[in-house]
Design a binder for this molecule. Sequence first.
Ligand code: COA
Length: 166
Amino acid sequence: MRVKKNNFTVNEISKARKIYNYFIKYSFSNFEEKVLSKSAFNLLLNKVKKNKLPFILAIEDHEVIGLAFVNKFREKSGYRFSYEHSIYIDPDFINNGYGNKILKELVKICKKITKIKNLIAVIGGKDNFASIKIHKKNGFQYIGTIKKAGYKKNKWVDSIYMQKRL
Ligand SMILES: CC(C)(COP(=O)(O)OP(=O)(O)OC[C@H]1O[C@@H](n2cnc3c(N)ncnc32)[C@H](O)[C@@H]1OP(=O)(O)O)[C@@H](O)C(=O)NCCC(=O)NCCS
Protein backbone atom coordinates (compact mmCIF):
# COMPACT_ATOMS: atom_id res chain seq x y z
CA MET A 1 0.00 0.00 0.00
CA ARG A 2 1.22 3.48 -0.76
CA VAL A 3 -0.18 6.78 0.32
CA LYS A 4 -1.04 9.58 -2.11
CA LYS A 5 -1.14 13.08 -0.67
CA ASN A 6 -1.97 15.54 -3.43
CA ASN A 7 -3.10 16.02 -7.01
CA PHE A 8 -5.82 13.41 -7.00
CA THR A 9 -7.41 12.46 -10.31
CA VAL A 10 -11.15 12.75 -10.87
CA ASN A 11 -11.36 8.94 -10.75
CA GLU A 12 -9.50 8.78 -7.45
CA ILE A 13 -11.80 11.39 -5.90
CA SER A 14 -14.80 9.51 -7.22
CA LYS A 15 -13.61 6.24 -5.65
CA ALA A 16 -12.88 7.98 -2.33
CA ARG A 17 -16.42 9.42 -2.37
CA LYS A 18 -17.84 5.96 -3.09
CA ILE A 19 -16.06 4.51 -0.03
CA TYR A 20 -17.13 7.46 2.14
CA ASN A 21 -20.74 7.18 1.00
CA TYR A 22 -20.80 3.43 1.61
CA PHE A 23 -20.23 4.04 5.30
CA ILE A 24 -22.84 6.80 5.39
CA LYS A 25 -25.37 4.40 3.89
CA TYR A 26 -24.55 1.21 5.74
CA SER A 27 -22.89 2.06 9.05
CA PHE A 28 -23.01 4.17 12.17
CA SER A 29 -19.36 5.19 11.81
CA ASN A 30 -20.40 8.41 10.06
CA PHE A 31 -23.36 10.37 11.42
CA GLU A 32 -24.28 11.85 8.04
CA GLU A 33 -27.63 10.41 6.93
CA LYS A 34 -27.50 11.37 3.27
CA VAL A 35 -24.74 10.44 0.88
CA LEU A 36 -22.55 13.30 -0.35
CA SER A 37 -22.94 14.57 -3.89
CA LYS A 38 -19.85 15.19 -6.01
CA SER A 39 -19.87 18.87 -5.11
CA ALA A 40 -20.43 18.24 -1.38
CA PHE A 41 -17.50 15.82 -1.33
CA ASN A 42 -15.32 18.32 -3.21
CA LEU A 43 -16.27 20.96 -0.63
CA LEU A 44 -15.08 18.64 2.13
CA LEU A 45 -11.82 17.97 0.29
CA ASN A 46 -11.24 21.66 -0.41
CA LYS A 47 -11.99 22.67 3.18
CA VAL A 48 -9.27 20.30 4.40
CA LYS A 49 -6.85 21.66 1.78
CA LYS A 50 -7.75 25.28 2.59
CA ASN A 51 -6.96 24.66 6.25
CA LYS A 52 -3.58 23.19 5.18
CA LEU A 53 -4.48 19.85 6.74
CA PRO A 54 -3.78 16.39 5.31
CA PHE A 55 -6.11 14.48 3.01
CA ILE A 56 -4.58 11.20 1.91
CA LEU A 57 -5.57 8.21 -0.18
CA ALA A 58 -4.43 4.62 0.30
CA ILE A 59 -3.49 3.06 -3.04
CA GLU A 60 -3.07 -0.63 -3.74
CA ASP A 61 -2.43 -1.88 -7.29
CA HIS A 62 -3.25 1.60 -8.67
CA GLU A 63 -6.68 1.50 -6.98
CA VAL A 64 -7.93 3.75 -4.17
CA ILE A 65 -8.76 1.45 -1.27
CA GLY A 66 -9.06 4.01 1.50
CA LEU A 67 -8.99 7.62 2.57
CA ALA A 68 -8.05 9.56 5.65
CA PHE A 69 -8.19 13.23 6.48
CA VAL A 70 -7.95 15.76 9.26
CA ASN A 71 -10.31 18.58 10.07
CA LYS A 72 -10.65 21.16 12.81
CA PHE A 73 -12.03 19.55 15.97
CA ARG A 74 -14.27 22.57 16.61
CA GLU A 75 -14.42 26.01 15.02
CA LYS A 76 -13.91 28.22 18.11
CA SER A 77 -10.40 29.70 18.08
CA GLY A 78 -9.38 28.23 21.43
CA TYR A 79 -9.57 24.79 19.86
CA ARG A 80 -6.94 25.72 17.27
CA PHE A 81 -4.48 23.03 18.42
CA SER A 82 -7.06 20.22 18.38
CA TYR A 83 -7.96 18.26 15.25
CA GLU A 84 -10.31 15.44 14.42
CA HIS A 85 -9.38 12.80 11.87
CA SER A 86 -11.40 10.30 9.86
CA ILE A 87 -10.44 7.04 8.14
CA TYR A 88 -12.42 4.89 5.74
CA ILE A 89 -11.28 1.65 4.12
CA ASP A 90 -13.05 0.09 1.13
CA PRO A 91 -15.35 -2.57 2.63
CA ASP A 92 -13.83 -5.16 0.27
CA PHE A 93 -10.42 -4.55 1.88
CA ILE A 94 -11.19 -4.23 5.60
CA ASN A 95 -9.43 -6.42 8.18
CA ASN A 96 -6.26 -6.64 6.11
CA GLY A 97 -4.18 -4.15 8.07
CA TYR A 98 -4.80 -1.17 5.77
CA GLY A 99 -6.62 0.88 8.41
CA ASN A 100 -3.71 0.52 10.78
CA LYS A 101 -1.23 1.46 8.04
CA ILE A 102 -3.06 4.57 6.85
CA LEU A 103 -3.56 5.77 10.44
CA LYS A 104 0.18 5.32 11.08
CA GLU A 105 0.94 7.39 7.95
CA LEU A 106 -1.58 10.05 8.94
CA VAL A 107 -0.05 10.40 12.42
CA LYS A 108 3.42 10.66 10.85
CA ILE A 109 2.23 13.49 8.59
CA CYS A 110 0.42 15.24 11.46
CA LYS A 111 3.55 15.18 13.62
CA LYS A 112 5.20 17.45 11.03
CA ILE A 113 2.38 20.01 11.25
CA THR A 114 3.23 21.97 14.37
CA LYS A 115 -0.28 23.34 14.97
CA ILE A 116 -1.61 19.80 15.48
CA LYS A 117 -1.15 19.09 19.18
CA ASN A 118 -4.19 16.89 19.73
CA LEU A 119 -5.52 14.32 17.32
CA ILE A 120 -8.99 13.17 18.26
CA ALA A 121 -10.94 10.21 16.91
CA VAL A 122 -14.70 10.48 17.28
CA ILE A 123 -15.75 6.88 16.74
CA GLY A 124 -19.34 6.09 15.83
CA GLY A 125 -20.69 3.23 17.90
CA LYS A 126 -19.23 1.44 20.89
CA ASP A 127 -19.11 -1.77 18.83
CA ASN A 128 -16.75 -0.25 16.23
CA PHE A 129 -14.05 -2.63 17.46
CA ALA A 130 -11.82 -2.28 14.36
CA SER A 131 -11.56 1.48 14.78
CA ILE A 132 -10.97 1.25 18.53
CA LYS A 133 -8.27 -1.37 17.90
CA ILE A 134 -6.29 0.56 15.27
CA HIS A 135 -6.36 3.67 17.45
CA LYS A 136 -5.10 1.78 20.50
CA LYS A 137 -2.33 0.27 18.37
CA ASN A 138 -1.28 3.76 17.31
CA GLY A 139 -1.07 5.15 20.82
CA PHE A 140 -4.49 6.74 21.15
CA GLN A 141 -6.07 6.67 24.59
CA TYR A 142 -9.73 6.21 25.35
CA ILE A 143 -11.03 9.51 26.73
CA GLY A 144 -14.72 8.92 27.14
CA THR A 145 -18.08 8.22 25.61
CA ILE A 146 -20.89 10.56 24.74
CA LYS A 147 -23.88 8.34 25.18
CA LYS A 148 -26.56 8.51 22.50
CA ALA A 149 -24.65 11.30 20.76
CA GLY A 150 -26.13 10.48 17.37
CA TYR A 151 -29.47 9.32 16.03
CA LYS A 152 -29.48 7.43 12.76
CA LYS A 153 -31.62 4.67 11.23
CA ASN A 154 -34.02 4.97 14.19
CA LYS A 155 -31.27 4.17 16.61
CA TRP A 156 -29.30 6.09 19.24
CA VAL A 157 -25.56 5.75 18.76
CA ASP A 158 -22.74 6.51 21.21
CA SER A 159 -19.59 8.44 20.27
CA ILE A 160 -16.32 7.06 21.58
CA TYR A 161 -13.54 9.63 21.97
CA MET A 162 -9.90 8.61 21.65
CA GLN A 163 -7.02 11.08 21.79
CA LYS A 164 -3.33 11.25 20.98
CA ARG A 165 -1.11 14.14 22.05
CA LEU A 166 1.47 14.96 19.40
C1 COA B 1 -12.09 1.30 11.15
C2 COA B 1 -11.45 0.93 9.83
C3 COA B 1 -10.77 2.17 9.25
C4 COA B 1 -10.38 -0.13 10.12
O1 COA B 1 -9.75 -0.49 8.92
P1 COA B 1 -9.21 -1.97 8.67
O2 COA B 1 -8.39 -1.94 7.44
O3 COA B 1 -10.30 -2.93 8.73
O4 COA B 1 -8.27 -2.13 9.97
P2 COA B 1 -7.10 -3.16 10.22
O5 COA B 1 -7.29 -4.38 9.37
O6 COA B 1 -5.79 -2.45 10.12
O7 COA B 1 -7.32 -3.50 11.75
C5 COA B 1 -8.57 -3.91 12.24
C6 COA B 1 -8.34 -4.62 13.56
O8 COA B 1 -9.60 -4.76 14.24
C7 COA B 1 -9.82 -6.10 14.51
N1 COA B 1 -11.27 -6.35 14.46
C8 COA B 1 -12.08 -6.21 13.38
N2 COA B 1 -13.33 -6.52 13.72
C9 COA B 1 -13.32 -6.84 15.04
C10 COA B 1 -14.30 -7.27 15.98
N3 COA B 1 -15.58 -7.40 15.61
N4 COA B 1 -13.92 -7.51 17.24
C11 COA B 1 -12.63 -7.37 17.62
N5 COA B 1 -11.64 -6.97 16.78
C12 COA B 1 -11.99 -6.72 15.51
C13 COA B 1 -9.07 -6.88 13.45
O9 COA B 1 -8.79 -8.20 13.87
C14 COA B 1 -7.80 -6.02 13.35
O10 COA B 1 -6.93 -6.26 14.41
P3 COA B 1 -5.56 -7.11 14.20
O11 COA B 1 -4.84 -6.48 13.05
O12 COA B 1 -4.83 -6.97 15.48
O13 COA B 1 -6.02 -8.50 13.90
C15 COA B 1 -12.44 0.32 8.83
O14 COA B 1 -13.09 -0.77 9.43
C16 COA B 1 -13.47 1.31 8.36
O15 COA B 1 -13.27 1.98 7.36
N6 COA B 1 -14.60 1.40 9.10
C17 COA B 1 -15.66 2.34 8.82
C18 COA B 1 -15.29 3.74 9.11
C19 COA B 1 -14.76 3.95 10.51
O16 COA B 1 -15.28 3.44 11.48
N7 COA B 1 -13.71 4.77 10.59
C20 COA B 1 -13.06 5.14 11.82
C21 COA B 1 -13.66 6.40 12.31
S1 COA B 1 -12.40 7.53 12.83
